[in-house]
Design a protein around this ligand. Sequence first.
Ligand code: GDP
Ligand code: ZN
Length: 299
Amino acid sequence: MSAREGVVITSTGNHCVVRTREGELHRCQLRGRRGTRPVCGDWVSWQALEQGGVIEAIQTRRNVLERGDFRGHPHALAANIDRLLLVIAPSPSPDPLLMDRYAVLAHALELPLSIWVNKIDTSQRSAALTQTTAPYTRFGIKTLHGSALTGAGIDSLEALTANETVILAGQSGVGKSSLTQRLIPHLELRVGEISTISGQGRHTTSTTTWFARPQGGALIDSPGVRTLRLDHLSAKAVLQGFPEIAAAAPQCRFRDCQHRQEPDCAVKHAIATGEITSQRLENWRLLSAEATQTTATSR
Ligand code: GDP
Ligand code: ZN
């Protein structure tokens, strides 16, 4: 039989669930233990067996989202992503360091990053979040406001991300699951279907899953991106996530300026004029220290 094509919608242990272009789901085994393991979002060719199928090959990935473990080793979570959508809300209030982790990660993967300010239906004014999003909008990150609960702003989100594979990121409680439900009709049903095929009793929120969106494109729901470490990235990669600091630093008097007390520090100057926030500078310090430390210890 000839090989068929499909996308891996979830991958656990030694098998995965593959979805064909027609929308059929098949449980596929991996061929052998060696080589790259397919992850959620991978396009694969597979052969049908009497029951289920077997993965023949993984097509070249456009990108792969990795998460560093505690030793700084990368683990692939999902592949072929078009956009990282960072969800924030008035409550729980945004965690600026976490936001910058995602900004760094998006830059490292050359993934467009956008911000969805959720829960605008609540009395807590999401307008207060303009200060939080300002450093990002300043360097071109698109910010949308809406509500997963009422559906406000969803049309703009659909338009921005038309036909894209989007991965949601953000703190627990900001509304990622609610947004997923809003974007994927009959989500419960689909999750149930995947559980049945994969043979797992309960396939729920613990596994990274790829969901086709009705208008085209997909949504990847990944608990793995919710607790993110960047240990596998270099300090240089971290700086890319802070374009305003990267742009100012070359104008400092000293090449190795730490932007602390040095004279003629362009970064400090930019903070004084409001082009760079001190929060971003602090986060850059923390995240580069995290990266440098691991690079040093892993040698
Ligand atoms: P997650 O942890 O990011 O997946 O967040 P959930 O989707 O589980 O949402 C956390 C809580 O916020 C739940 O009680 C939701 O009902 C509520 N919630 C989510 N989106 C909205 C929204 O747009 N408006 C309001 N008022 N509540 C929301
Ligand atoms: Zn400086």
